[in-house]
Design a binder for this molecule. Structure first.
Ligand code: HPA
Length: 270
């Protein structure tokens, strides 16, 4: 595994000038954010040694290197999901590579179903904690000491100081942000009504099919994480209307400018 990380990192480093200070993962329907980046280099996942290849609609599958808010960043336009059939080690592989590229902070975004009754479609939820029980932990297997300890602490998976900065930025821009707990599920099915109720009962405010494995891999390496969910549908809705992937992408797209503002300002302050 360490050799694979080293090879992928070396391949990317050869093609870029400088070192990224932050890594950004763009979730479903949030790819427009990429246009905010002054892209210097675009690398297709399929060209990077040992990188898995993204298949899901709405994920274009490339690594972008460039400038945002005057800082060098690397962004993943498209991520790898467990439901696509990837091993959790593959899901988190790019996160490990970004760490070895030099990033000091990781910014994650996703589309999620809201189960907190106070949420509405289009809300941003800053993730302040997660529940990982329903998706396999990406650290299962031999521990690579160079990456981190066998039994990582998880009392603060999402950096309190980054959350405080985000809240200040949102308040200054009059952007309403919610805060809450994200639970990861495997997907690809959306939840049944009983499952959405259970998500709410277990103490989670939103549910989605990504992010948690990436966060765990980052925390394992001592990399501070900031993550935001865009609430694209409501699990506890009254009507019997169904949820579609298209509806999720559309809601994410509409909420994206708010997310982009927060990420851009946070990166400016790094
Ligand atoms: N459930 C799980 N994942 C999701 C949802 C949802 O309701 N919306 C967007 N991603």
């Amino acid at each position: 595994m360490m050799n694979k990380i080293a090879e992928a990192t070396a391949y990317i480093k050869k093609q870029i000038n400088g070192e990224p200070v932050a890594g950004v993962v763009l979730g479903s329907g949030l790819g427009n954010f990429a246009h905010e980046i002054k892209v210097e280099k675009e690398i297709k996942y399929e060209d990077i040694p040992h990188f898995p290849v993204s298949t899901v609609e709405g994920h274009s599958g490339k690594l972008l290197y460039g400038e945002l808010s005057g800082k060098k960043i690397v962004a993943m336009a498209g991520r790898f999901h467990y439901y696509e059939g990837y091993h959790p080690h593959d899901v988190v592989f790019p996160i490990r590579v970004m760490k070895y590229l030099g990033i000091k902070n990781l910014f994650l975004s996703n589309a999620a179903g809201g189960t907190n009754p106070a949420f509405k479609v289009g809300d941003l939820m800053i993730i302040n904690d997660h529940i990982s029980f329903f998706t396999p932990n990406p650290l299962i297997g031999k521990n690579e000491k160079e990456l981190g300890t066998r039994f990582p602490d998880m009392t603060e998976p999402y950096s309190h100081s980054l959350i405080a900065k985000a809240k200040a930025i949102a308040a200054a821009a009059n952007i309403d942000v919610k805060e809450g707990v994200y639970v990861s599920v495997t997907g690809p099915t959306f939840e049944t009504k009983a499952e959405y109720r259970f998500v709410n009962t277990m103490g989670a405010d939103a549910v989605g099919m990504s992010t948690v494995q990436e966060t765990i891999a980052a925390v394992h390496m001592g990399l501070p994480v900031f993550a935001v969910s865009v609430i694209t549908d409501l699990g506890l809705r009254e009507e019997n209307n169904i949820i579609t992937h298209e509806e999720v992408l559309q809601a994410a797209k509409e909420a994206e400018p708010k997310l982009a503002h927060i990420f851009k300002e946070m990166i400016a302050q790094l």
